[in-house]
Design a protein around this ligand. Structure first.
Ligand SMILES: Nc1ncnc2c1ncn2[C@@H]1O[C@H](COP(=O)(O)OP(=O)(O)OP(=O)(O)O)[C@@H](O)[C@H]1O
Ligand SMILES: Cc1ncc(COP(=O)(O)O)c(N)n1
Length: 274
């Protein structure tokens, strides 16, 4: 059998299975991508919020990265929760030797409102890691944090995407509009063109892990050699299906359904995107 495309996630955990490493691996699997994972922090969390966090020792982080990289191919990788500057320094050093597209989900705050990264780390992430990315995928508040500009309109979202590429040095920026009013519209700017991806807003509170799932899907498609804007288009489709078929599980914001896209294939429910 031919060897598969391989994707790696470097992120924190979610024992309730909807976000973090667990969401990433489920997404890779659904998209026929061999999934690998390096854990940064063990997070005691569920659909209602974060209870406590344990950061792995730095040597365990670098040894996990080395274990994967020295033995298996990495066709694309993503980062999620990286809680402090020391961890980011280890990851940055490792990235210098890896020739694969880097997808950064600049995780700062969980859907529940709990912070997942400290203040110094936000600055390091912006100045040292964003310039290494193929694409960075902030939601509105993360884009505001990265650019220092308030975002109230769709024009503001597009300006933020341009600033993240031209001023901060990202390869591309995808600004996610899940927290805006009206349709769920995301903007992708790759340094040349601006693309928009729009879907209807699904009336649900069960959006735990949408950001993780979306960026993991982009990573999976890039590992398959898909062009960036096509990878985002297909991933938007994937995450929308996951939200549309999300689960009423737990007492808070329930998780998305990583096999939602399969439900739609079965029922022929595909939607169009622009
Ligand atoms: N209710 C919804 N209906 C349809 N699409 C949605 C909805 N909420 C979010 N999305 C979409 O889900 C994706 C994730 O966007 P969002 O802005 O929620 O990211 P995030 O804030 O990182 O995720 P999270 O809310 O899990 O932290 C985007 O494509 C967004 O447009
Ligand atoms: C370990 C970890 N990483 C990221 C998130 C963000 O998840 P969400 O997509 O719900 O904001 C999370 N809750 N936990």
């Amino acid at each position: 059998m031919k060897s598969p495309n391989c994707a790696l996630t470097i992120a924190g955990t979610d024992p309730s299975g909807g976000a973090g490493i667990q969401a990433d691996l489920k997404t890779f699997q659904e998209l026929k991508t061999y999934g690998m994972s390096v854990i940064t922090s063990v997070v005691a969390q569920n659909t209602t919020g974060v209870k406590s966090v344990h950061h792995l020792p730095l040597n365990m982080l670098s040894e996990q990265l080395e274990a994967v990289e020295s033995d298996l191919p990495i066709h694309a990788f993503k980062t999620g929760m990286m809680a402090d500057v020391e961890m980011m320094k280890v990851i940055k050093e490792w990235i210098q030797n890896v020739k694969a597209p880097f997808v950064m989900d600049p995780v700062m705050i969980a859907t529940s409102g709990d912070p997942l990264i400290n203040e110094d780390a936000r600055i390091y992430l912006r100045e040292e890691l964003v310039p290494l990315t193929a694409i960075v995928t902030p939601n509105i508040s993360e884009a505001e944090d990265l650019t220092g500009d308030k975002i109230s309109t769709h024009e503001d979202m597009k300006e933020a995407a341009k600033k993240i590429v031209h001023t901060l040095g990202a390869g591309a920026a995808l600004i996610k509009g899940g927290h805006m009013q009206g349709q769920a519209i995301d903007y992708l700017y790759d340094g040349k063109a601006m693309y928009s991806f729009a879907t209807e807003r699904i009336d649900t509170k069960n959006t735990h892990g949408t950001g993780c799932t979306y960026s993991a899907a982009i990573t999976a498609y890039l590992s398959q050699g898909e062009e960036l804007h096509k990878a985002v288009e297909k991933s938007k489709h994937f995450v929308t299906s996951a939200i549309r078929h999300s689960f009423e599980l737990g007492k808070g914001n329930g998780p998305t359904n990583h096999w939602g896209i399969r439900e739609e294939e079965l029922t022929g429910e595909f939607r169009n995107y622009s």
